[in-house]
Design a protein around this ligand. Sequence first.
Ligand SMILES: *[C@@H]1O[C@H](CO)[C@@H](O)[C@H](O)[C@H]1NC(C)=O
Ligand SMILES: *[C@@H]1O[C@H](CO)[C@@H](O)[C@H](O)[C@H]1NC(C)=O
Ligand SMILES: *[C@@H]1O[C@H](CO)[C@@H](O)[C@H](O)[C@H]1NC(C)=O
Ligand SMILES: *[C@@H]1O[C@H](CO)[C@@H](O)[C@H](O)[C@H]1NC(C)=O
Ligand SMILES: [Ca+2]
Ligand SMILES: [Ca+2]
Length: 610
Amino acid sequence: MLHSMKAFGITAIVVLGLGLIAGVITWAVLATGDRGPPAPTPPDLIDLDWWQHCVLYQIYPRSFKDSDGDGIGDLKGITEHLEHFVAAGVDAVWMSPIFESPMVDFGYDISNFYEIHYEYGTMEDFENLLEKAHQLGLKVLLDFVPNHASNESEYFIKSEAREPGYEDFFVWADALPDPDNDTNRLPPSNWISQFAGSAWEWSTKRQQYYLHQFAIEQPDFNFRNPDVQKEMINIMNFWLDKGADGFRVDALPYLMEADPADHGGGYPDDPLSGRAEFQPGQLGYNVPLYTKDLLELYDRVHEWRGFVDSYLQANGGDTRVIFSEGYANISMTMLYYGNEDGDIGAHFPFNFDFISDLSNTSTARDFGYTILKWLTYMPHGAVPNWQTGNHDNNRAPSRFRVNMVDGLTSLNMLLPGVAVTYQGEEIGMRDGFVSWEDTRDVEALRRGDNETYLLYSRDPCRTPYHWDNSTNAGFSTGNETWLPIAEDYVEINLAKQKEDARSHFKVYQALVKLRKEKTLSHGEYSVRALSNRTLFLVRYLRTFDTIVLLFNVSELSDTVVLSRVLHLELPATVVVSSIHSTRVAGDTIEGETLTLAPGEAIVLRAKPVS
Ligand SMILES: *[C@@H]1O[C@H](CO)[C@@H](O)[C@H](O)[C@H]1NC(C)=O
Ligand SMILES: *[C@@H]1O[C@H](CO)[C@@H](O)[C@H](O)[C@H]1NC(C)=O
Ligand SMILES: *[C@@H]1O[C@H](CO)[C@@H](O)[C@H](O)[C@H]1NC(C)=O
Ligand SMILES: *[C@@H]1O[C@H](CO)[C@@H](O)[C@H](O)[C@H]1NC(C)=O
Ligand SMILES: [Ca+2]
Ligand SMILES: [Ca+2]
């Protein structure tokens, strides 16, 4: 299967092999701090493909920019502001779903996979967006949501009506009899939806249950049906033909469920977790043995990778990519890269470890451990990626501490591989407060009540982008916005940060610029905790300057001994520092010790290792 990918695998292996091909050639080194033209690329450093070291920015279209005053972000708003990505130094954007949808789950419930949602604009608006983005040198990825459709999609309506060709498009099953009550019916299994309650919903029309791993309005496709598999390829093909550069693929761990054929014709119950803190019907009550991480789902990912690779071969142009989304443990996550049989999967699975494994109580040792976890488990030759937030989780400055913003951006930008930015992170946006009355997120509404909703709500990280300090933060000229604007927009906004001498945005820009150096695109890395409070990340590549990040992740100041930082030869020069640091770019660091304030991060340029 998928022979066309082999070439990619080999390229990636060579690229990530990086392993300092033992001092092959010595290049003239430019003096630190006095930089002339960039050193030429040694012939043995392979050119990376566009995605392998890109800065990838997630746009949440509903909250990016409203062009027509209805309080909802839209495609024209994005198109008008594409220059922002160029100014920031972003290479590629991916947009949360823009397709026709009843918006129960804000676009993750798609009713027509081939149309643009009317609140976001028209197909022409999308084509204009794509054209301008490409002119500006930006790649544009779409969100592909294969697990489910909206129950208002033609697919579901036809399937519910048992129209030939669609009858088995979704996962339908008969009710089970209730042994205690002849007139009652029971769902086919005890499976629980991600948004709480049974994952099975009764259809009066069809007199059967259908499966929905997410909301009742999001019936799961039946991936055991070859027609469904074909339709997914058709959808991808349609958007690649439009010019999309690839896909972020949604919710993959839930793609497939146990096959009744393997279980005597019925759907097996998930085992109970036995955890007393969960009530029946609450996520966590069951262990999702039959509903999550099924090995067969990876075959679909391999197939999609094969499709985008063959599309490239047939149509030329730049590589079309697949970045997979799924919250799973490290071994199941790594399988998205491919398996040991040589079936290559996604270009990479998104790395959520900064979100799932770390918080404001994490020490520098926890940070080091988490970073090395991914790099340790990742298959040889694969491309890592990093991110500290997205549209499903509280924003990083709110989960960690606000004085850590620049340090987190530094880690993201200086670690090997792809740096992912969630809309607003480049200016250090924090969670907005969203009252119960203003709550729109289906997960908060279905899992929580007016007391507990903030435990589940994804609204706080989705409040509109802060362009400036004008009404509605410059997001919209309307009287109302679909979610409230976070109150701190007067202080935290892009226009101000462009003016201020030091700002998160300027730190972001400086880091993106630094990323272009060969040390960061091609170099080796070392990550280590110097104490519970401070960690270092060193990037080095023989005759290229060594780049060192020191980051105090704690609430207390910390004095570190610089001779313990691998490959750091003093004096070194500050290139970037967090905005509250007393050090500024150009400062020389030469003492034996260095004291870092709480949350402080500094990035140093030092002599090459050879
Ligand atoms: C979709 O599901 C919701 C919730 O059960 C229901 O109210 C609505 O009528 C359904 N729509 C269709 C077209 O079946
Ligand atoms: C039996 O089930 C029916 C339908 O769900 C319900 O209306 C009825 O109250 C149940 N009877 C008993 C004794 O629980
Ligand atoms: C990850 O989950 C899978 C199945 O969900 C399980 O078989 C495996 O042991 C887990 N691995 C780790 C490292 O926890
Ligand atoms: C971490 O954040 C939570 C709220 O998100 C807060 O209650 C707690 O005090 C914080 N802990 C530390 C050590 O900062
Ligand atoms: Ca609008
Ligand atoms: Ca599924």
